[in-house]
Write a protein that binds this ligand. Structure first.
Ligand code: CA
Ligand code: CA
Ligand code: CA
Length: 533
């Protein structure tokens, strides 16, 4: 009967290989080996953070806006920016950047300008031109002018442009503003100035080339702090993330809305992200482009929820893709798990720089209430291609094999594997279905990668008796376990014999000429298990 034949055919069609995660939600941000830098107690070290590089040297720059400054000891808690070298720094030492501001109080800064640097919050924000040889911008939004004709105190703010080599011959910008960024092609400094024009606010743009200011007066003034531009789908057009960290259904869970740029000024809302929608998490308080951390051709982003877990904090990783962004995060970096002392982990995030030169950009996260920042490195990602070959058809009226004395139908199954990836070892070990044996493996490469060849998956998923089985060590088995060594980009195939249970036993009638389809499963695995250390 045709209906029966089709069911018989589907038995083997659904033989397939599965790659499954042994360690749950692991992807390629290495939370097991964080690099933690610690600042002075109570300094808010980590309120801002910036990955910086110059020539072959990598630094984490850290804003500590309530720190004392060793270069300005006569000023009360002006704040400071620290530089923490990533290489050859086994003690994880950070030193204060000398911005050449001296140790005098009340320095004149123009005809009607005398500075007051007490509690100026230097390091409240850090920005960098995203290019080789990019300069750094460090700001102190509470810098005050107390001399403007009378004794008015004007909280102008102050910024310093620090040269790429981090030497003290920087350029001072006065007055300056909250949350600036540097636009590299045109050498522009873009600054939010919420206190301007009797606190109605504006955005000022300084052209460093001709030293001219111009201002923008639009709604972006209010929205700017929680917006982020990144080309998620790699189509050359910047897409927009808009954070609403105080979005509440119960209390301040926060959310981020993703808009995809369709060109000609059309922004299309793709979806809303919410992390775990945790109570008082403030998801969306910070956002950062990470570069392409998993090497799939699409940029990835991190979104901070610094108040999640009662202010311990968390950071969520989302991946760009051809449609925009994946709705589900691939990793949640829990501050508490990385280090129980961390507080407000995720208030600041910086990414996009390969800090350990392994070919993958890394990320750094600030946790200012514990005066610390955490550098989290990205591990290489391998892509495993798997192909499974089955015979086009077998004739079940003429059994080809024996199971004991019983004649049975059987077929050859060929499973082929190949791996590729950037900066990955030339050889890896695949361990098949070894969930309980991960601790015994002799190489860390094996820890996250498990391979499981399962027969008749569809039946199993429905809790029905599978009709195809393997025989290993004289026992029937629904799954194959084995070991496999692979060389880079070299396909290796394994051959198995699969048996088909008698149709009568399955309650089916035996039929002549049942057709078995060839099934070729071939997919690139981007699941967590494809990560190697
Ligand atoms: Ca885009
Ligand atoms: Ca990516
Ligand atoms: Ca790296």
């Amino acid at each position: 009967m045709p209906a029966v034949r089709r069911r018989g055919a589907r038995v083997l069609l659904l033989l397939r290989a599965l790659l499954c995660a042994a360690l749950g939600r692991c992807y390629n941000v290495d939370v097991g080996r964080p690099v933690v830098f610690q600042g002075p107690n109570g300094s808010f070290f980590g309120y801002s953070v910036l990955q910086h590089y110059h020539d072959s040297t990598r630094w984490v720059l850290v804003g500590a806006p309530k720190a004392e400054s060793k270069y300005s000891t006569s000023v009360q808690s002006p704040g400071a920016v620290f530089k923490c070298r990533v290489h050859t720094n086994p003690d994880r030492r950070c030193t204060e950047l000398d911005m050449g501001r001296g140790n005098s109080r009340g320095v004149l800064c123009g005809k009607t300008c005398k500075e007051d640097r007490d509690d100026e919050w230097m390091g409240v924000s850090l920005a960098r031109q995203p290019k080789a040889g990019g300069s750094v911008l460090a700001c102190a939004h509470r810098w005050k002018n107390i001399y403007y004709e009378t004794e008015y105190i004007l909280p102008h703010g102050f910024c310093n442009i620090i040269p790429p080599n981090l030497q003290s011959n920087g350029r001072k910008l006065l007055p300056c503003y909250e949350g600036p960024r540097l636009d590299p092609p045109k050498e522009l400094v873009i600054m939010g100035a919420p206190g301007s024009y009797y606190w109605t606010g504006t955005v000022k743009v300084l052209n460093l080339t001709d030293n001219t200011y111009y201002k923008l007066n639009d709604d972006a003034v209010i929205a700017r702090r929680y917006t982020y531009l990144v080309d998620l789908n790699s189509d050359g057009l910047s897409d927009l993330l808009v954070g609403a960290p105080m979005f509440s259904e119960i209390r301040d869970e926060g959310q981020v809305t993703v808009y995809i740029n369709r060109g000609n000024g059309v922004l299309e809302e793709q979806l809303v992200l919410g992390g775990d929608s945790a109570y008082n998490a403030h998801f969306g308080e910070s956002m950062a482009a990470l570069g392409d951390i998993d090497d799939d051709g699409f940029p990835d982003v991190a979104i901070g929820a610094p108040k999640e877990d009662n202010h311990a904090g968390a950071v969520y990783i989302y991946h760009g893709d051809a449609n925009g962004i994946t709705p589900q995060y691939s990793m949640k970096l829990s501050g508490q798990r990385i280090n129980p002392k961390l507080r407000m982990f995720g208030q600041s995030i910086s990414g996009g720089v390969d800090m350990d030169s392994n070919g993958y950009p890394d990320m750094t996260v600030g946790a200012f209430l514990s005066d610390s920042v955490v550098l989290l490195r990205s591990r290489p990602v391998i892509t495993v291609d798997i192909s499974i070959f089955l015979p086009v058809s077998i004739n079940i009226t003429a059994p080809q094999c024996h199971d004991g004395l019983q004649p049975v139908n059987c077929l050859n199954v060929t499973a082929c594997f190949r791996f590729s990836g950037k900066h990955v070892p030339g050889e890896i070990g695949l361990k098949k279905y070894a969930l309980s044996e991960t601790s015994k493996v002799d190489s860390p490469l094996l820890a996250c990668l498990n391979y499981n060849l399962t027969a008749d998956v569809a039946k199993k998923e429905k809790s029905q008796q599978p009709r195809v089985y393997f025989v290993t060590s004289g026992e029937t088995a629904g799954q194959i376990t084995d070991k496999l060594q692979l060389s880079y980009m070299q396909e290796k195939c394994e051959h198995y014999l699969a048996y088909v249970k008698l149709m009568e036993r399955m309650g089916l009638r035996s039929n002549k000429g049942v057709a078995f389809h060839q099934d070729r499963a071939n997919w690139r695995n981007r699941q967590p298990d494809a990560v190697i250390a």
